[in-house]
Design a protein around this ligand. Structure first.
Ligand code: GDP
Ligand code: ZN
Length: 381
């Protein structure tokens, strides 16, 4: 394995969820064992074994590790995961502040301290959405493995990750087109962070009551094939039912620039929440801001997490040679590039660049890719 491949593996492993990590290990073992038995195809063909031999010949090329992971996932999905029993009794973190947190367990909210063992490991030791175990004094003594995460670099130390939330099924990036104006670059960055953390993305375009014609949505065109999009307005009520259905039974975080309407949407989805929005604070001293992530229980296994408004979104510990994996629309074209490991930046005979020229791949998305690649190259040199 060369250095870049090793780095790639490390990079992937750091960000895949726990279950996938386990499956990858199993798949690797399985794949190695397939290699060992490869020679056994030379056995004489008999009435009894001919079907097996034909089957083996068909699959002479070993399945890739990803194919095996897929097969294993399908087989484990059929039998419920053993950890669910533990998860049911675990407490879920709804708020973290300093050395304390508030958790939800068996229908009760409990204030807890975080034991030093948990706290000292790293700054992001605990996040909203974490499943935790409490000791007899109601202190958090352990954090259970996370299924997914959403993280960003710590503004004070870019090499360290800061968790925004954990165990999310879906991350809803809320944007508005006019006020505040749409920022496609932020969509691109969130999309990378969501893919790396393992949750599903959803783009929620709020305040569509402010739009006068359809052309104002043209900047969203490249995202239609990348993630589901819900257009909505908390003023007219349009799209709220679709949003309600999308979050049903899931744990979802709402992220985005402040002022796009995250808190208003949460209140619209469940009137009981009464989260403070910008309107409540009008005439007050400062702007309203959600300062820390908070989890709300909407019942029926639906949990929504409000997060602080994010203006800038750095990318945590990203490698130049894996950046292209987060632009799924390049993948098909990349098979036709002259070089296998084409970065789609300087190489001749690059199909990705060709399709950008032809308008088949969004130029805006490609430019984000090139800009991020340049950023990564300069930070690693
Ligand atoms: P947050 O910072 O993302 O939580 O944004 P808020 O929920 O505080 O909303 C910011 C402002 O946008 C408030 O004045 C809301 O009344 C307004 N707002 C929210 N949703 C809509 C909408 O669908 N249409 C319009 N026109 N304004 C909205
Ligand atoms: Zn290329």
């Amino acid at each position: 394995m060369d250095r870049s491949e090793k780095r790639h593996q490390k990079d992937i492993q750091k960000h895949v969820d726990y279950e996938t990590m386990k499956l990858r290990k199993q798949a690797g073992k399985l794949r190695r064992s397939l290699k060992k038995t490869k020679g056994s195809g030379g056995k004489p063909v008999t009435e009894e074994n001919w079907e097996q031999v034909v089957e083996q010949r068909k699959t002479r090329g070993r399945p890739s590790r990803d194919e095996l992971v897929h097969q294993l996932r399908v087989s484990t999905d059929e039998t419920p995961a053993q950890s669910t029993d533990v998860d049911k009794h675990a407490a879920i973190v709804i708020f973290v502040a300093g050395g304390r947190c508030r958790v939800f367990r068996d229908g009760q909210e409990i204030d807890c301290v975080i034991t030093p063992e948990v706290a000292v490991r790293q700054q992001s030791a605990l996040a909203v959405g974490d499943r935790v175990e409490l000791d007899e004094n109601r202190a958090v003594k352990a954090v259970l493995p996370r299924r997914t995460v959403l993280s960003r670099p710590d503004p004070n130390n870019p090499h360290r990750q800061r968790l925004i939330a954990a165990n999310l099924d879906m991350v809803i990036h809320v944007v508005s087109v006019k006020a505040p104006p749409l920022r496609p670059r932020l969509i691109d960055r969130f999309f990378i962070a969501i893919q790396r953390g393992g949750a599903q993305p959803l783009l929620c375009v709020n305040k569509i009551d402010l739009l006068s014609d359809e052309h104002e949505l043209s900047q969203l065109e490249p995202y239609r094939e990348l993630m589901p999009i819900v257009l909505c307005s908390t003023k007219s009520g349009e799209g709220l039912e679709a949003l309600r259905m999308a979050v049903q039974g899931k744990t979802c975080a709402l992220v985005g620039h402040s002022g796009v309407g995250k808190s208003t949407i949460l209140n619209a989805l469940d009137r009981r929440l009464e989260i403070a929005t910008a309107d409540v604070h009008k005439g007050g001293t400062g702007r309203h801001t959600t300062t820390a992530s908070t989890l709300y229980d909407l019942g029926e296994e639906t949990y929504l997490i409000d997060t602080p408004g994010i203006r800038e979104f750095g990318l945590w510990d990203l490698q130049l040679d894996t950046l292209r994996d987060y632009f799924p629309e390049f993948a098909e074209a990349a098979q036709w590039c002259r070089f296998n490991d084409c970065s789609h930046l300087h190489e001749p005979d690059c199909e990705v660049k060709r399709r950008v020229e032809r308008g088949q791949i969004s130029r805006a998305r490609y430019e984000t890719y090139a800009r991020l690649a340049a950023e990564l190259a300069s930070s690693s040199s």
